[in-house]
Design a protein around this ligand. Structure first.
Ligand code: PPS
Length: 571
């Protein structure tokens, strides 16, 4: 028998008057700037989403949660919600003291009365909570490489929630959702957790779940932090909104959850259940590989695909939410419908498109069939992920002074402008040094700053769909690699090594600099008195000795065509 979770849930906020007073007093306290993950956690702590927690975990609660999935008082709680800080900050705080917790703009959101300070055993936390101390797991990687080394614990006094400027009308606190369900007379509510755009399989699954549980449906996607590499939440919410009218309006509600996921599979499923109970739900859909982190460093799954369902079932009564379990949904061609994998009959043809395949089709501008997704969703995804030939990219020339970088870069720029379609920006070495880096010299440190500046500007151009052509010497491999990483988050990075030999550059000596360098009148001159680390694996290598500029630029164009960055011209 399901009891509706309708009565208000305790929040950690003080009254408006007290908040104004506390804010004033707290400005004197040592203060900690919350990380993006801590900002998500504190919002759910304060609004009751993490009820029964009253703050960041104390050491006793933390150790108990890590070891046995329970708080020290025995209440079921699978996820350590901890305030990780730097050593430097920890040194300024002692148990018994209050600290102010601030958002990135410095606004005080809460006061924490510190009761505990300790150095956690992160290896143990990784093994117990996430199942392995393997940095292929995004939360383990976070634990070791992002989270601070010291944890602080203690109760929180809430002053104000973190501010959101996006999709405000679609964000509900647990009490707002509970009030909505009361108002609508909804007593049985099944929640659907997701971090992906909704395709037809998900819609079919949610329809079936609501029917099976005889419940109303809450589409409750996570918009806080999900798995690195996921579709950003802005795009996803537009996708959810695009399919909302395919659900009966009177029975379905969409609400956004600002949760920072940990991808902890079975433990995460239990945690999600508790969070949904706090949000007034009575049922929760747990599918195949719920909150799965992908493959471990040996290429195997971290968790059994149905382990989440098993752990949830085991604790169902304590969670206080009934599980609606689902097998993987697949499209059966002969029946032209979606079915759970275990209901497919022998001989039936199953059609499926994996996440990787979907990304490939988007990237290459290929068809995405209607049986797989809704045209409205596909249109949103195509807007966000245009095919490569419409995405921004960077061509990064590197080579000795006088090797011909600028000349080829200029020719390339003109050729790309002739083709049209995307704005082209040339960041030539000399021009950059005049406008962006005029205070810099040629020491290793200054050259690195210069190249990073170029990389930053190129990454912004790439992100916004333009073409950046860079032509600095960029003598250091590590700095070139850093620039590549900056840019590849947004688009392709095409490294072109202009491999004209030193002798040829010196023979040309177009600016007369080699002569001065040989005479010792210019210090730290690349190739003469300063190193040039030859690129090991550039996308392209060209030697301009005896070659026409036009021919060299053409080599680059061919490479871009081959990489799908510019559309092949029809004959
Ligand atoms: S770096 O190393 O990438 O920061 O260099 P870059 O910004 O491309 O600047 C190279 C141009 O500056 C002139 N120049 C020197 N180059 C190398 N070493 C020293 N010490 C030096 N001093 C001045 C030179 O004209 C380079 O222009 P290019 O276009 O490469 O010939």
């Amino acid at each position: 028998m399901t009891t509706p979770n309708v009565q208000p849930i305790p929040e950690l906020y003080v009254s408006w008057e007290s908040a104004a007073k506390l804010k004033h007093e707290a400005s004197e306290l040592p203060s900690w700037d919350l990380s993006p993950r801590q900002l998500c956690d504190i919002e759910l702590l304060m609004n009751g989403g993490f009820n029964p927690l009253k703050g960041f975990l104390s050491q006793a609660d933390y150790e108990s949660v890590v070891e046995r999935m329970r708080l020290a008082d025995g209440a079921l709680w699978p996820m350590p919600i901890t305030l990780d800080v730097s050593e430097a900050f920890a040194a300024t705080v002692e148990p018994g003291q209050d600290i102010a917790l601030r958002d990135p703009e410095g606004v005080i959101l809460a006061i924490m009365s510190v009761t505990d300070k300790w150095v956690p055993d992160k290896r143990l936390e990784a093994e117990r909570v996430f199942g392995a101390d393997d940095i292929a797991h995004p939360a383990v990687n976070y634990l070791h490489h992002v989270a601070g080394p010291v944890y602080l614990g203690g109760p929180i006094t809430g002053i104000q929630p973190p501010v959101h400027y996006d999709f405000k009308a679609r964000r509900d606190t647990p009490n707002e959702l509970r009030a909505f369900f009361r108002k609508m007379g909804w007593r049985r509510i099944v929640a659907f957790q997701t971090r992906n755009p909704l395709h037809r399989a998900h819609q079919e699954l949610t329809f079936r779940a609501a029917r099976e549980a005889q419940a109303n449906l809450l589409i409750h996607p996570v918009v806080g932090m999900t798995k690195p590499g996921d579709v950003d939440h802005f795009t996803r919410v537009r996708c959810y909104e695009a399919v909302l009218d395919k659900y009966p309006a009177a029975t379905t509600h969409l609400s956004l959850l600002n949760l920072a996921m940990r991808m902890a599979g079975p433990r995460e499923a239990v945690w999600h259940g508790l969070i949904r109970k706090n949000h007034g739900c009575t049922h929760f859909i747990v599918g195949r590989d719920h909150a799965g982190p992908g493959k471990n460093s040996r290429g195997e799954d971290f968790y059994d695909p149905y382990a989440a369902q098993e752990l949830f079932k085991e604790h169902e009564a304590e969670i206080g939410v009934e599980m609606v379990d689902f097998k993987h949904m697949v499209y059966v061609q002969e029946k032209a419908q979606y079915l759970p994998r275990n209901e497919v009959e022998e001989g039936d043809t199953i059609l499926d498109i994996s996440g990787t395949e979907l990304r490939r089709r988007l990237r290459e501008g290929l068809e995405i069939p209607e049986w797989f997704s809704f045209p409205e969703v596909v249109a949103e995804l195509r807007r966000r992920f245009p095919p490569r030939s419409q995405q921004g990219f960077t061509v990064f020339f590197t080579g000795l002074s006088g090797s011909g970088k600028s000349t080829i870069a200029n020719a390339l720029m003109v050729k790309l402008m002739e083709m049209g379609g995307r704005p082209v920006t040339l960041l030539d070495g000399d021009v950059v040094r005049k406008h962006l880096s005029s205070e810099l010299g040629f020491s290793k440190e200054h050259r690195d700053i210069n190249i990073r500046r170029i990389g930053y500007v190129a990454s912004e151009i790439t992100k916004n769909g333009g073409i950046a052509i860079c032509a600095p010497i960029a003598p250091y491999a590590a700095t070139r690699r850093a620039v590549r990483e900056m840019i590849e988050q947004y688009g392709a990075f095409v490294e072109v090594h202009v491999a004209t030999p030193l002798e040829e550059c010196e023979k040309r000596d177009r600016k007369g600099l080699y002569k001065l360098a040989r005479e010792g009148k210019i210090k730290e001159f690349t190739g003469i008195s300063d190193p040039y680390e030859v690129p090991e694996n550039p996308e392209l290598r060209v030697d301009t000795t005896g070659m026409e500029v036009d021919y060299c630029a053409q080599q680059v164009i061919l490479k871009l065509e081959q990489m799908g960055l510019i559309a092949a011209r029809s004959a």
